[in-house]
Design a protein around this ligand. Structure first.
Ligand code: BEZ
Length: 225
């Protein structure tokens, strides 16, 4: 990913106020004060991207249930996006011929991709122009970056994992807990280290259970959120 991006890490403010780029207005209005996922693709009419968008379309209702807005980005035109949309939905064997149920930003001038550091300098089209990597940005209602995932063009993402991290991000945004390895919604979570045992007992009606470890330190505290 380009290092001159305005996003350097988690908790950075998302650049909603870059007034020089009209596309930004579209996603600002779309995302404003909500959870949002912005994910980029190398190119329209490419095989892995098609499978990813098809999966995202299938998960749209699940994403909506979590009150999250999804928006994709690819460096092709609106016209290409429209035609590609039919391929995507046909991959899903969607017989209703409905369009992809979320917007795809047509970043054909690569303005947003440059601003957000989404271009992969090692992956180029036949004219030698850099393509976008497979970036995922999750933005919170406070307009800050909550999570960023970066995959190369040759590796498709796991959209179940994206849904899982949304569940973790939304839970941990409001409760003083952290989700352990491979956590799934409904499973136990961990009390965050900054919370004392006393505070944890007050905050969590079911209290917490302590897992003993060889060090004897009492930091493996599980609770129900
Ligand atoms: C794809 O989506 O299939 C793809 C795009 C760019 C490079 C490699 C694969």
């Amino acid at each position: 990913m380009c290092s001159n991006s305005c996003l350097q890490g988690v908790n950075d403010s998302f650049p909603y106020n870059s007034k020089n780029i009209c596309q930004i207005y579209i996603y600002c209005i779309y995302f404003l004060f909500r959870w949002g996922i912005l994910f980029s693709h190398p190119r329209d009419f490419t095989p892995v991207c098609t499978t990813e968008l098809a999966r995202a379309a299938k998960l749209h209702d699940e994403v909506k249930k979590r009150d999250v807005k999804m928006i994709a980005l690819s460096i092709d035109s609106v016209e290409d996006h429209r035609k590609w949309s039919e391929d995507i939905m046909s991959f899903n064997q969607d017989k209703t011929c409905c369009p992809v149920p979320f917007p795809i930003i047509a970043d054909d001038k690569r303005e947003l991709s440059v601003l957000l550091g989404m271009l992969d300098p090692d992956e180029r089209d036949k004219d030698g122009m850099p393509l976008t990597a497979r970036c995922v940005f999750v933005v919170g209602p406070d307009k800050r970056l909550k999570l960023s995932i970066l995959y190369p063009a040759t590796t498709g993402r796991n959209f179940d994992e994206i849904l899982r991290v949304i569940d973790s991000l939304q839970l941990t945004a409001t409760k003083k807990v952290a989700t352990p390895v491979d956590w799934q919604p409904g499973q136990e979570v961990m009390v965050i280290p900054s919370l004392s045992d006393e505070e944890a007992n007050k905050l969590f009606p079911a209290g917490f259970t302590l897992k003993e470890v060889p060090s004897g330190k009492k930091y493996m505290r599980y609770t129900k959120p």
